[in-house]
Design a protein around this ligand. Structure first.
Ligand code: 13P
Ligand code: SF4
Length: 337
């Protein structure tokens, strides 16, 4: 393994010139006085990507300096999985959480897949184990198991097919059965259940970020702001979703705002989403109820830089687990969005 020499991380005139076009992309949301802190790392990361033939996949919840200035591919969990299949890079850096990096590794077993901080987890992934699924299969023999991608590879290996928030309904209906086990997000499962005749057996997992929103909070925002469009992620509790005008995955939320240009919008999801859309959409006012995902926020320019320098921490998955988990992800990709 080649460890590259440390870059000199200073805001030199060369760095200022090289990063000026990138600052234009984020000038609406990153104050000018902050740029000298980010710019040297951004320049160094973009150089390292070329040297390593690396690509950075960033989830929609990454901070704007990552999302707009070093990422090559951005999107929701489904888009990141779909795009991970197509890359011809030697190295993939996943700017997101651990399960997303595992999915990228499942789809690219021969590539180096890096997660800049291994502790970037997810409360949903933590909520269920492979043993739980084996017990559920005993309790409901013959009922297919769908797991949300927000799970470990070991859990995926026990299921029949995966889904994301962007294709959950389509995956449920693709199986042609009248009953499914849908894990682990109780609220996403409830949301899907409102749109299908398929009976859904749920689990009690929750996203620690989205479960904090309440229907009262949304109604109060509506009282405070005229003409407010409310769009929410399906990991929110049912009373929040009932109070929303549109429900969708992070990418579907972004597309909704990009295409419809509502004058004023409340994105009921993680904080960085609004920042990232606000950077490119001038004519929309974002009201920001801000719940941070502490796991997503573990990823920083600094640890991306370190990860590319040292080519660590790498994702490794037991080959037997990987073979079974890959099948579940590939079946989902065949269903599409
Ligand atoms: P998306 O697939 O909608 O991007 O959601 C992933 C996630 O972790 C949301 O909390
Ligand atoms: Fe997991 Fe929620 Fe964070 Fe998404 S926002 S990664 S579901 S804890």
């Amino acid at each position: 393994m080649t460890v590259l020499a440390d870059d000199v991380l200073a805001y030199t005139p060369d760095v200022a010139a090289a990063t000026a076009p990138l600052y234009d992309r984020v000038s609406r949301i990153i104050p000018e006085f902050e740029w000298p802190v980010h710019a040297p790392l951004i320049a160094a990361i973009n150089r390292l990507k070329e040297q390593r033939n690396a690509v950075i996949l960033a989830h929609n919840y990454q901070t704007p300096e990552i999302f707009h200035c070093v990422a090559d591919i951005v999107g929701d969990s489904l888009a990141l999985a779909q795009r991970a299949v197509a890359t011809d890079a030697d190295v993939i850096v996943l700017a997101g959480v651990h399960f997303m990096a595992e999915t990228a590794k499942l789809l690219n077993p021969d590539k180096v897949v890096l997660i800049p901080d291994e502790a970037a987890g997810c409360s949903l992934a933590e909520s269920i184990t492979p043993e739980d699924i084996r017990l559920l299969r005993q309790a409901y023999p013959g009922v297919p198991v769908i797991t949300y991608v927000n799970t470990s590879a070991a859990v995926k290996a026990e299921c029949d097919i995966c889904c994301t928030s962007g294709n959950a309904l389509k995956v449920v209906e693709s199986l042609g059965v009248d009953r499914v086990i849908f894990l682990p997000d109780e609220y996403l499962a409830s949301w899907v259940a409102t749109q299908t005749d398929v009976q859904i057996i749920k689990w009690k997992g929750h996203c620690e970020v989205h479960e904090r929103f309440t229907g009262d909070e949304i109604r109060n925002y509506r009282k405070g702001y005229d003409n407010l469009l409310v769009i929410a992620h399906p990991e929110c509790p049912p009373d929040v979703l009932a109070a929303a005008d549109f429900v969708g995955s992070t990418a579907q939320m972004v597309d909704y705002v990009r295409d419809r240009r509502p004058p004023r919008v409340l994105m009921v999801t993680e904080c960085s989403m609004s920042d990232n859309v606000a950077a490119e959409v001038e004519d929309v006012e974002f009201i920001r109820p801000c719940n941070l995902c502490p796991h997503m926020k573990r990823i920083t320019l600094s640890n991306i830089h370190r990860s590319l320098q040292t080519l660590t921490p790498r994702i490794e998955i037991d080959p037997d687990v990987a073979a079974r988990a890959r099948l579940a992800v590939e079946r989902m990709l065949a269903v599409g969005r």
